[in-house]
Design a protein around this ligand. Structure first.
Ligand code: PRP
Ligand code: URA
Length: 207
């Protein structure tokens, strides 16, 4: 997989436009965040390994395929929970680890307030869910924590990414893959993504 994948799909563009619109209320925001997360997950898991499995349909024997990889999903609290809720049906057997990070409103520096990660192995395919990649501070911390636990195959699944954040991740962790629905223009003085969609967590959770 390319280390950055910009996913393009008419359904994604439609739902992203609804998320970006400041008039969109919580109910619609949640619905379209869920649609986008599902489409992104399909793309992010495109390279997963499958193994052959002999099965019988009601009519005949055939060779089916089953997922072979062990997958670990890591939502970055709090906004990443929105994506976890959306994709759980796709990966019901995946282990789930959590990392809680919050940006300081003045400095935009992320600080960790929670971590519960399973033991990780180099064979694990780790999918990190965080809708916004802005300065990259939160995801740099997340990748460092995952590597410390033993992960080496890490994919960051984001809804909107800023060029500044992408550059930082690629500079520090060139082997980490990024899958996103949008690469926006820049960060403003408060380190918000422009045009972006505002504060994802506040809009999704209605706070
Ligand atoms: C948001 C977002 C990312 C982070 C991105 O979280 O969900 O985790 O900011 O910014 P960065 O790339 O500059 O680190 P926030 O800190 O607002 O917390 P929340 O998820 O609890 O809303
Ligand atoms: N976090 C958000 O929710 N939005 C941004 O634009 C930047 C960080």
């Amino acid at each position: 997989m390319e280390k950055i994948t910009l996913v393009s799909h008419p359904l994604l563009e439609h739902s992203l436009t609804i998320l970006r619109n400041k008039e969109t209320g919580t109910v619609e925001f949640r619905r379209h965040a869920s649609i986008i997360s599902k489409i992104l997950l399909v793309e992010a898991t495109r390279q997963l390994e499958v193994v052959e499995e002999r099965i019988e349909t009601p009519l005949a024997a055939m060779a089916g395929r089953r997922l072979a990889d062990e997958i670990v999903v890591v939502p970055v609290l709090r906004a990443g929970l929105a994506m976890l809720f959306a994709i759980q049906d796709f990966l019901p057997a995946a282990s789930v680890g959590f990392i809680g990070l919050e940006r300081d409103e003045q400095t935009a520096q992320a600080h960790e307030y929670y971590q519960k990660l399973p033991r990780l192995f180099t064979s694990h395919k780790v999918m990190v869910l965080d809708p916004m990649l802005a300065t990259g501070g939160s995801l740099l911390e997340t990748v460092a924590a995952l590597q410390e636990k033993g992960a080496s195959q890490i994919t960051l699944v984001c809804i909107v990414a800023a060029p500044e954040g992408i550059a930082r991740i690629q500079q520090h962790y060139p082997t980490v893959a990024i899958v996103t629905a949008a690469i926006d223009d820049h960060l403003d003085a408060r380190k918000f993504i422009v045009p972006g969609l505002g504060d994802f967590g506040d809009r999704y959770f209605g706070t």
